[in-house]
Design a protein around this ligand. Structure first.
Ligand SMILES: *Cc1c(COP(=O)(O)O)cnc(C)c1O
Length: 395
């Protein structure tokens, strides 16, 4: 090895992140991560954990005592939820209409529980009646799981009726809120939901690395009446709770800087106001969608359940979706994503989450996208698109 040669430090090109995550982190969140390290049992750090807990409750709209953030990205919250709630002998219904519902199924199957999958088309929401029908065949049902905002299809799942069914069956209701929290209304207590988890990198606009999670008393009861230990040590929720509550029992060294980021991101979210934040995401999302339609494109998700924070667009015939995506990156330093699973090669996915959800980004994106589509022969009407978006934005 040549010891004279220094290794160059890594520095990324600045990007506009308009994919399904990560979204653009707030500069103040990134700055918070550069604050000096303190110990994970430092009184100041314990105060930060308590404040995070309170803010997590507020963004989830819940009074749940059992509230914390698991170390790891959104998937760690999913894995904690599934592995801790299910064990052999349990039966769960899982609604799937996209990639992330399927991920919950894969995890649930690893617990040894019986998993009943209720499917819908990738682009539609789960029919509550389909869940009721599945439950009629086999009971008891311990848990119903659903994804609130299916990032792979751009669908927002209505929760109320599913919550009713969970109550009828006396089943726990688990909701994946990774993409919805901080972007569209999440109302844990109003929905009487039992387990909800999210992530930092979608509408909360922090880097990926923590997963806020909250459990109702009923879910806490289910934890303590397990017959077997959960199939995970690191994400054992009872062990995590013993660190997050006033026992402060060492379990892992908290990802200190990540929690600085989480605290800052939650504070920014709550300072903006949840209602204001929901309205901002709604308006910018609809402006983008109207602009895309005015370009002459077809949106993929069914209109009545179309999510505002993540938009799926069908790739028109004769257009190379990958090429447009890579030219957006090379010419405009802007990231979007393609489809997953059965939608691979069929759609683009465009996110407007957290910091990335601005009128500037909507108007810029429609121009850049329109220009590239025209370059490859699709007669996109850029002027009409900007006009339509501007009207929705009320500028
Ligand atoms: C992104 C996402 C996840 C996974 O989160 P990671 O941060 O990638 O681990 C889970 N569920 C949904 C709905 C998501 O959008």
């Amino acid at each position: 090895m040549n010891t004279d040669k220094k290794i160059e430090f890594f520095e990324p090109n600045p990007r506009l992140l308009m994919g399904p995550g990560p979204s653009g982190a707030h500069p103040s969140v990134l700055a918070a991560m550069a604050m000096p390290l303190i110990g994970h049992l430092d009184p100041d750090f314990l105060r930060l954990m308590d404040e995070c807990k309170n803010m997590i409750r507020e963004v989830f709209q819940t009074n749940n005592r059992f509230t914390l953030a698991t170390p790891g990205t959104g998937t760690s919250g999913m894995e904690a939820a599934v592995m801790n709630m299910l064990e052999p002998g349990d039966r769960a219904i899982i609604g799937t209409c996209g990639y992330f519902g399927n991920r919950i199924v894969e995890m649930a199957e690893r617990t040894g529980a019986e998993v009943i999958q209720v499917d819908a088309e990738w682009g539609s929401a789960i029919e509550p009646e389909a869940i009721r029908a599945a439950a009629k065949k086999t009971q008891p049902i311990k848990l119903i799981a659903i994804v609130h905002a299916e990032t792979s299809t751009g669908v927002q799942q209505p929760i109320e009726q599913i919550s009713e069914i969970a109550k009828e069956l006396d089943a726990l209701l688990l909701i994946d809120c990774v993409t919805s929290l901080g972007g569209i209304p999440v109302q844990a207590d109003k929905w009487e939901a039992d387990i909800l988890y999210s992530g930092t990198q979608k509408c909360l606009s922090a880097p990926p690395g923590a997963s806020p999670i909250t459990l109702s008393e009923k879910a806490v009861g289910a934890l303590s009446s397990r017959k077997t230990l959960p199939n995970t040590w690191y994400l054992d929720l009872q062990k995590l709770e013993a660190y997050w509550d006033n026992r402060r029992a060492y379990h892992h060294t908290s990802p200190i800087s990540m929690l600085y980021a989480l605290h800052r991101a939650l504070a920014i979210t709550l300072n903006e106001g949840l209602e204001n934040r929901w309205k901002r995401h709604e308006r910018n999302g609809r402006a983008l969608q109207n602009g895309l339609e005015a370009l002459g494109l077809v949106l993929h998700a069914e209109k009545s359940v179309r999510l505002s924070v993540l938009t799926t667009v069908r790739i028109p015939e004769g257009i190379d979706g990958e090429l447009i995506k890579s030219e957006l990156l090379s010419n405009f330093s802007t990231e979007i994503a393609g489809g997953l699973g059965v939608l691979k090669g069929k759609i683009w996915r465009i996110g407007l989450m957290g910091e990335s959800s601005t009128p500037n980004n909507v108007l810029f994106f429609l121009s850049a996208f329109g220009i590239l589509l025209r370059k490859y022969g699709f007669k996109a009407d850029v002027a009409a698109s900007l006009e339509s978006a501007a009207q929705t934005l009320k500028v």
